[in-house]
Design a protein around this ligand. Structure first.
Ligand code: ADP
Length: 490
């Protein structure tokens, strides 16, 4: 409407100027060029909104297809009941739920939860990502937000759905604290537009829209987004615990032929820290290993090999020299030995095959998922980290750069001890401690642990030599074999 009036006035002015005898050609050409630029550059960006950036799907995902995450599922379902029973809500004067924020590490099932939410509520499902809104041209992001909400309504209507769920992944890119992106105000405008659209959502609207956003940096979001009436439900989607991992493994092996006797619970136990996406990839890799070996069933060995692959990366063809190989074998045996001495039955296996950045590695076998560590546990972990270099020194007479990563890990653990008040300084504020005192305190932690580590290595020198020799030819040693060799000298 406004555009038509403006256009009419413009044409009128032009005719008037023409009648008065002015030469309007340069101005008309300039305006024409401006219009073409707008058409081709800005409009093309907007077309994007209806193009590849948005995924519309009739999602076949159900809450039962999501393993673990029971607390998140329950909380989400409770929130969704608002949408399902909006009449009851309205009768009680409860304001509609407009946004749910799913926060947690990548690959934990946030997208799956949003899809399951759409199915649960019989909603149309549109998915996009925060990065899709970031453009160089001012106003494009904001227009994209507007058109997204419009499109959600259209699709819901066309598919005859009760409501629409708009899923925005990587919300932190779009919804970072305003003013934090110094380079351009485009982000702020886009965020403002999202807030405007969300504020405009009300029960009276024909098609309720629920915005489900996902982020792994909830702390970076603008507070305005988290205010009541916007994303007022926050659901944490954490890494799965052991039971959760088992459930996810069961879901992803349902369509795969597992050999009889495969102990998925053991695999769940050995995969502490894995996300759902890691576990999915693990089951897939195990199936690929079986295929490559020409087998029709997936054995536990393939699953174990897949753990290594997901954890450490692809096996490399990099061939170390015989001297390097000897050093790597001694180094890894040092770690494994110490781990087994301080925590019996904790080594899953030792390997000197190059994978990712590592020339060799020891995979540990956590008994339980642990979220708290005592002082002695931290000290034991430091000793295990120091043992690689200690074994190199004791057996080969010198250290190598291979221990650099171990030392930084040991330093991190020592820092953890400092901030947990486990050093002689007691409870301290690390920021005000000063580098000198900090150094002294860590040094003291290390001094006696290093001595102790060296003593254990010296005591088991012969076992390390034997194991390193086997490793050089066999490339891997299982935890069970390690324990057998260790028995007589223990
Ligand atoms: P996020 O959105 O949290 O980054 P996704 O939901 O996209 O993670 O998950 C990626 C993939 O990982 C899924 O397609 C699925 O195969 C697997 N996955 C992640 N979490 C789970 C889970 N809880 N249960 C089953 N599969 C999962």
């Amino acid at each position: 409407m406004m555009r038509d009036i403006g256009l009419g006035i413009l044409v009128g002015v032009f005719i008037y100027l023409l009648v008065m005898g002015y030469n309007i050609l340069p101005v008309a050409m300039l305006l024409g060029a401006g219009f073409l630029l707008w058409r081709f550059v800005i409009q093309r960006q907007l077309v994007h909104t209806n193009g590849k950036g948005v995924v519309v799907s009739n999602t076949p995902i159900d809450f039962a297809d999501i393993g673990g995450q029971n607390a998140a599922k329950k909380e989400l379902q409770e929130a969704l009941d608002f949408l399902l029973h909006s009449d009851k809500m309205k009768a009680l004067g409860i304001r509609p739920l407009k946004g749910i924020l799913l926060s947690g590490p990548p690959g934990t099932g946030k997208t799956l939860l949003a899809k399951a939410a759409a199915r649960y509520t019989n909603s149309a499902f549109l998915a996009t990502s925060g990065s899709e809104f970031v453009e160089m041209y001012a106003g494009v992001g904001a227009e994209r937000v507007r058109s997204l909400f419009r499109r959600a309504r259209e699709i819901a209507k066309r598919e005859k759905r009760n409501s629409a769920i708009l899923f925005i992944d990587e919300m932190d890119i779009l919804g970072a604290k305003r003013g934090s992106n110094i380079s351009h105000h485009e982000y702020d405008q886009t965020l403002n537009q999202l807030l405007v659209e969300m504020d405009g959502l009300s029960t009276d609207q024909e098609t309720p829209i629920l915005v489900v956003a996902a982020t792994n940096r909830a702390e970076a979001l603008d507070e305005a987004l988290l205010r009541p009436g916007r994303f007022d439900r926050q659901v944490k989607v954490d890494l799965p615990d052991k039971e959760g991992r088992l459930a996810i493994l069961q879901i992803h092996t349902k369509n795969k032929p597992l050999a009889s006797g495969v102990d998925l619970e053991a695999i769940a136990r050995e995969t502490f820290g894995f996300s759902g996406a890691h576990l999915e990839s693990l089951t897939n890799e195990a199936a690929v290993f079986a295929l490559r070996a020409g087998e029709t069933q997936i054995t536990e060995n393939y699953l174990r090999e897949a753990i290594d692959k997901v954890m450490m990366g692809e096996k490399l063809d990099r061939k170390p020299t015989p001297e390097e190989m000897e050093r790597v074998a001694v180094h890894e045996c040092g770690h494994a030995l110490l781990a087994e001495v301080v925590r019996p039955h904790s080594v899953a296996h030792i390997s000197v095959r190059s994978r990712g950045n590592a020339l060799g590695y020891v995979r540990h076998n956590p008994k339980d998922d642990l979220y708290l560590y005592t002082q002695s546990m931290l000290e034991e972990q430091i000793m295990v980290a120091l043992a690689g270099a200690a074994a190199e020194e004791e057996i080969l007479g010198s250290r190598s750069t291979g221990a650099a990563g171990d030392f930084s890990q040991a330093l991190n653990l020592a820092e953890k001890m400092l901030i947990s008040g486990m050093s002689k300084l007691g409870v301290v504020d690390l920021d005000n401690l000063g580098p000198e005192k900090r150094h002294e305190a860590t040094k003291e932690i290390f001094e006696h642990l290093e001595t102790e580590t060296r003593e254990v290595v010296q005591r088991h020198r012969e076992v390390i030599l034997t194991l390193a020799e086997i490793l050089r030819t066999e490339e891997t040693i299982s935890g069970e074999s390690l324990r057998e060799y260790l028995q007589p000298s223990a």
